[in-house]
Design a protein around this ligand. Structure first.
Ligand code: ADP
Ligand code: MG
Length: 680
């Protein structure tokens, strides 16, 4: 526990230092304000308690009267009310403005009743007052609120951890090759920076000189350093190894990968889950229930004992006890903790509902290229029609693929580069999703693409090309064709590799009772060989992007809850359609934007982690909800005084204590979710 406290303290100091750069500064301030208010109010409450006649009676002492001694209790109480009580009223105003009366409104009503009555008793000399109850109530409320803000801040540490990765300063290399230290915020695209060994990368960029290994674990979760050389990309926030690098900046500030990840985490923490919506509703109901119980209590006591200060005591106790403090905390804390556990394991949850739905899925549908396979193709073989040579065919294909993001395109470009080919100029480039690409070269129309493109052209394979196709597809290689004037001008056989982790994932999903299917726009033969290798029983080949979406829909129509895992532009509609869309982190931006969960490490095995995290998170949410609403079943009647015949009455401050205690229990229970980190 001691070491824990130590870390908290450290974090806290860090926060204050980092306020200018990080997010969450507002939270820390808020926390500080309530901490201070709590201590001031508590100190000022001491004289109120010491001079209170009730407390004197309990402890059996009495303070002799002296001039104005009667004023000590009311004056200090009023100060406590102004310092510690009024903030709750302004928060209640916010709730009422949003037409969502809740916790703050209840607290304010309780404080208002207690304060107004006490003031009246002083002014009109009534026989009893309410001051000590009022001040202890305020103190306990302030304490509860302070602890609440603190635990939310600690739980949402993920975002702050990320913002700490960014250095404040960078080494700018000027045009005359001098190195100057500048603030990171002043860097611009195109600037060259020097990254010395051990320094962290100030912006996204491309290495123009030097080589080194980079620790990218904070971004990808991959713990092994990645070696980088000239031409490779580096990502802001990652840490340089032993080499020194000169990097030309390609993205700064909000455009960097790190900023993107931070945005996603923030989005996730703000996106409302179904349970959160339920909790908000419950808090709303609780307000009216509390109000109802308070009125009934007042009426019942008035009938039973007539007008008495005890009636107010009961009403205040009811209002205070019913404060849905715990309910307000029940879900957000769990959300914050599960998001940060996920982030630490390379799982970015963008959409809370996606994580929540993961626990009751039936079918996992995987895209093939780039998801189950690495999506890193190599050109293995090619063939050209009789009247052209291979170099020309390859150069044309590479030129057409120039602007495509597809892994096949990259492989063809690389092959042409390696041969040092001069690619011709292309105009009218267009990607045909799930089929290939097209463009114009020297006035002629060309297409490059796979089986779906052949279907469009109604071309049947024959002769050499057919032999080529059969040999390559037996090896499970992907084949694409260069087509012009309705004829095949050449064909390319490309090999991809199945991710090792895919096999394990499929096996474990099967073992856990899930159905697994594969969707691909690639050729039937390739699809079969990959499916066989991975032990996937259902696969659909030569599927167009819009049909991927339909396939998901039809699985859903059969009553299944479906997850789609994909990486490509062509997977985006299916990712959106699925109950849970999971994108591979190295995939295209569209896929990532369409998915609810992102696998930063590109490791399909993380899907098994998501399932466990989802189940554990949901369990915690339910436990917290049940506790946060359930304690009222006992506490409210107690506060209303149903046990009065047995001499058991709940003073408002004890009500506040019970209420705060339930908040603490909910907070502690949420923290227990952290244990899942070691289990997933
Ligand atoms: P998957 O569904 O397996 O991820 P895609 O839908 O991205 O694959 O692609 C399906 C098929 O479309 C590929 O196997 C290939 O035949 C063809 N294709 C798509 N884009 C290109 C491209 N840029 N160049 C050549 N062929 C392409
Ligand atoms: Mg793909």
């Amino acid at each position: 526990m001691t070491s824990n406290q130590h870390t908290h303290k450290d974090n806290h100091e860090h926060d204050q230092k980092d306020n200018h750069s990080g997010d969450g500064g507002g939270h820390a301030n808020h926390e500080e304000i309530f901490r201070r208010k709590f201590w001031i109010s508590t100190l000022l409450s001491i004289p109120v308690l010491v001079f209170s006649e009730t407390v004197q009676g309990w402890l059996g002492y009495s303070i002799p009267e002296f001039p104005f001694s009667n004023w000590i209790t009311p004056v200090f109480s009023i100060i406590v009310f102004i310092v510690g009580g009024l903030p709750f009223f302004s928060m209640a105003k916010g709730e009422l403005k949003d037409k969502q009366p809740g916790m703050m409104t209840l607290i304010s009503m309780a404080l208002a009743v207690a304060f107004a009555y006490s003031l009246a008793s002083t002014l009109f000399n009534l026989e009893s007052s309410f001051y000590w109850e009022l001040v202890t109530l305020i103190d306990i409320m302030l304490l509860g609120h302070w602890i609440e803000i603190r635990s939310v801040r600690q739980a949402s540490g993920a975002l702050q951890e990320l913002s700490k990765l960014m250095p404040d300063e960078a080494n700018l290399v000027t045009e005359d090759d001098e190195v100057r230290t500048v603030r990171v915020s002043s860097l611009e695209k195109g600037d060259v920076v020097l990254i010395r060994p051990g320094e962290s990368t100030p912006a996204d960029g491309e290495i123009i000189k030097g080589e080194s290994s980079m620790d990218e674990s904070m971004i990808t979760g991959e713990s092994k350093p990645i070696s980088k050389k000239m031409g490779d990309k580096v990502v802001s926030g990652t840490i340089n190894g032993d080499g020194s690098l000169r990097v030309k900046i390609t993205a700064t500030g909000d455009e960097t990968t790190l900023a993107g990840i931070m945005r996603l985490v923030e989005e996730a923490q703000q996106s409302k889950s179904k349970t959160q919506i339920l909790a908000d509703k419950a808090a709303g109901w609780l307000f009216y229930i509390a109000l109802g119980v308070a009125v009934i209590t007042a009426v019942a006591w008035l009938i039973a004992i007539g007008w008495d200060v005890n009636v107010l005591n009961r009403v205040t106790a009811v209002l205070v006890t019913a404060c849905p403090h715990a309910l307000g905390l029940a879900i957000p804390l769990v959300v914050a903790i599960s998001t940060s556990i996920g982030a630490s394991k390379g799982i970015l949850v963008r959409d809370r509902i996606a994580l929540e739905s993961t626990r009751n899925l039936d079918v996992f549908v995987f895209d093939k290229t780039g998801t189950l396979t690495k999506g890193e193709f190599g050109l293995r073989d090619m063939i050209s029609s009789d009247d052209v040579d291979d170099d020309r065919t390859l150069a044309i294909a590479a030129a057409l693929e120039g602007d495509s993001e597809h892994p096949i395109a990259k492989a063809i470009r690389q092959a042409a580069d390696k041969k040092g080919l001069e690619n011709p100029e292309v105009s009218n480039f267009k990607a045909i999703k799930g089929k290939g690409v097209k463009g114009k070269i020297e006035g002629e129309d060309f297409h490059v693409g796979g089986p779906n493109l052949l279907k469009d052209f109604d071309i049947d394979l024959k002769g050499d090309v057919q032999d080529f196709y059969q040999t390559a597809s037996k090896k499970g290689q992907t084949i694409v064709f260069l087509i012009t004037a309705d004829e095949i001008m050449g064909a390319f056989a490309l090999a991809d590799q199945v991710r090792e982790e895919s096999k394990e994932t499929v096996k474990k999903l099967h073992a856990a009772g899930y159905e697994v299917a594969m969707l691909t726009g690639d050729d039937e033969a390739v699809a079969k060989s990959v499916a066989d290798e991975l032990g996937i029983d259902t696969y659909f080949a030569e599927v167009l992007p819009e049909n991927k979406d339909e396939k998901i829909q039809s699985l859903q129509d059969e009553g299944n809850k479906v997850a789609m895992v994909g990486d490509g532009v062509n997977d985006a509609p299916a990712l959106t359609r699925a109950d849970v869309g999971i994108a591979i982190g190295s995939g295209t931006d569209v896929a990532i934007e369409s998915a609810g969960i992102i696998l930063v490490d590109n490791d399909p095995r993380d899907i098994l982690r998501i399932i466990k995290l989802s189940k554990a998170t949901y369990k915690k949410m339910v436990q917290n909800l049940v506790w946060a609403t359930g304690y009222n079943v006992i506490a409210l009647p107690l506060a209303a005084g149903v046990l009065a015949p047995f001499g058991i009455l709940l003073p408002p401050a004890v009500g506040a204590l019970i209420m705060s205690l339930s908040t603490v229990i909910v907070a502690v229970n949420a923290q227990l979710l952290r244990r899942v980190r070691n289990e997933i």
